[in-house]
Design a protein. Sequence first.
Length: 94
Amino acid sequence: MYPSTGAVCTASPDIAYAATSDGTYQTIDGGDSWSQLHNGIPNGTSVVVVAIDPLRVSTVVAYSQEGQIFRGTNRGASWKRTGDIGSAAGRRTR
């Protein structure tokens, strides 16, 4: 398991998130330890992008390989699927 992207909280730099092929992970101690955040994101979901809302740092958004969008408003303790935008597989980035 390797992270595809990550996000660091600007208000609390010890808090960061990593998007991985095994879901979303969070650290609250600057990376010394990581916990998987899957309450609401199905097990086995490959997360390719994770982002923190810069105006509401407790809001985190995750985008899956399958094109599902998940949003957590409590620093990722729980997630709600908020939509689908299509599969990320095969997409080119610039």
